[in-house]
Design a protein around this ligand. Structure first.
Ligand SMILES: Nc1nc2c(c(=O)[nH]1)N[C@H]1C(S)=C(S)[C@@H](COP(=O)(O)O)O[C@H]1N2
Ligand SMILES: [Mo]
Length: 215
C-alpha cells in the first residue's frame, strides 16, 4: 500500500473496504443506491467466467502489421505506466485517487504496428457482450491503459481482471472490463452503452454525464 494517496488510506486498507456491490448497468435502478464513496461493480451480464493469470491473453488484431496476443508476463515486460486518477461513472458516482498500473495503449499499438488504414480501435470483453471503442488518436493517449493493477493489487475478477481498460479522461463506461480483444478498425464502432444512447466521446464534464444528480 506504500504510495497510496491519503484518500485511499482514509477509506480503508483494502480495496474491498471501499466497495459497495451492485449488479446494475448505468442508468438502471441500481444507480440510485448509495455508493458510500466507493466503486460499484457493474456487469451487463449475469456472470462472467474467470480467467486465470496463467492463461489469460489479450489479442491485438485487425488493421495491424503483426497480430499478436499478449499474456500477463508479456504485458509485465512492457514499461509500466502508473496513474493516480479518479474513476467516474456517468451516473454520478466517483472514486477519487485510484492508483492504476498497466501498459499504456500506445505502447501496445506500437508493438503490433498500426496499418495506415486504421482509424479506430474496438475493444471486446470476454464476458461475450460488452464492447467499447476509441478513435485512433484517443487510443494513442498515454492516459489510456491496459490496466493490470488497481490500488496496488492485481485487478480483481469483479473489477474486470486480469486485464481491464482504463480510459482516464472519459466516463467509466469506456473502461471496459474483462478485456480480451483489441481490434484496429477503419471506423469507430459504437460500444454497448453507446448503442443505447450514450456519447461515443465520453469526456468527463463535456459529454452526457450528470456529475451531480444520478438519474
Ligand atoms: N465488460 C464490462 N465492462 C464495463 C461495464 C460492464 O457492464 N461490463 N460497465 C462499465 C461502467 S458503466 C462502469 S461505471 C465501470 C464500472 O467499473 P467497476 O465495476 O470496476 O466499478 O465499468 C465499465 N466497464
Ligand atoms: Mo458507468
Amino acid at each position: 500500500m506504500l504510495g497510496l494517496g491519503v484518500a485511499g488510506v482514509a477509506v480503508g486498507a483494502s480495496l474491498q473496504d471501499k466497495v459497495s456491490r451492485a449488479l446494475a448497468p448505468a442508468g438502471s435502478i441500481g444507480d440510485v443506491l448509495p455508493a458510500a464513496g466507493g466503486f460499484r461493480y457493474y456487469s451487463v451480464t449475469g456472470s462472467v467466467k474467470r480467467h486465470s493469470v496463467a492463461t489469460h491473453r489479450v489479442t491485438v488484431s485487425g488493421l495491424v502489421d503483426k497480430p499478436r496476443s499478449f499474456g500477463m508476463a508479456d504485458l509485465a515486460g512492457f514499461p509500466q505506466t502508473v496513474l493516480d486518477k479518479d474513476f467516474q461513472c456517468v451516473t454520478g458516482w466517483r472514486v477519487p485517487d485510484v492508483r492504476w498500473v498497466g501498459v499504456a495503449l500506445p505502447d501496445l499499438l506500437d508493438a503490433v504496428g498500426v496499418s495506415p488504414q486504421a482509424q479506430a480501435v474496438r475493444f471486446t470483453s470476454f464476458d461475450g457482450v460488452y464492447t467499447e471503442s476509441l478513435t485512433l488518436s484517443q487510443a494513442r493517449r498515454r492516459d489510456v491503459l491496459v490496466a493490470t493493477q488497481m490500488d496496488g493489487k492485481p485487478v480483481t475478477h469483479d473489477h474486470g481482471g486480469p486485464t481491464r481498460l482504463y480510459v482516464a479522461p472519459m466516463y467509466g463506461y469506456k473502461s471496459l472490463k474483462w478485456l480480451g480483444g483489441i481490434e484496429l478498425t477503419d471506423r469507430v464502432k459504437p460500444g454497448y452503452w453507446e448503442n443505447l444512447g450514450y456519447d461515443v466521446d465520453a469526456w468527463v464534464g463535456r459529454s452526457n454525464g450528470r456529475d451531480d444528480a444520478p438519474t
